[in-house]
Design a protein around this ligand. Structure first.
Ligand code: NI
Length: 133
């Protein structure tokens, strides 16, 4: 069973962190510092507001960033939901048995203090992210 998957954040593909964040800051959200993830070639920032889910803004560093594919297909859009797990490799195995396919093997996420993350794709659920906490 998967009840242990705990909601962590909504991932939001954006063209420019500040341009999108301005709207949320006007609504009362706080923004973290902007991190550079040189592996994914993205800028990342987190928006938080009491009693609301956390939002992650993901913007491309340059034209080689993989997030450009999402932006090209869908424009600025939410595109993944991230869940906390205690053992990422165990969760990957369990999710594979439920038709989730890993997009890549776990990597350390700079924007999350080096915690291990991975993405998995399911034909009916779409893209999810796992973060090991
Ligand atoms: Ni994320």
């Amino acid at each position: 069973m998967l009840e242990y998957l705990k909601f962590h954040h909504i991932g939001y593909a954006v063209k420019n962190i500040e341009s999108t964040a301005r709207f949320y800051i006007d609504l009362g959200w706080d923004m973290s510092e902007i991190y550079l993830d040189s592996v994914q070639k993205t800028y990342i920032a987190f928006l938080t507001r009491e009693d609301f889910p956390m939002i992650e803004l993901v913007a491309p560093v340059d034209e080689y960033s993989p997030i450009n594919e999402t932006l090209k297909k869908m424009g600025v859009t939410t595109y993944h939901i991230c869940y906390e797990v205690s053992n990422i490799n165990d969760s990957i195995l369990e999710l594979r048995s439920k038709r989730f396919m890993p997009v890549f093997m776990p990597v350390e996420a700079v924007a999350m203090g080096g915690k291990k993350i991975c993405y998995m794709m399911h034909p009916q659920v779409g893209l999810i992210e796992l973060v090991e906490v």
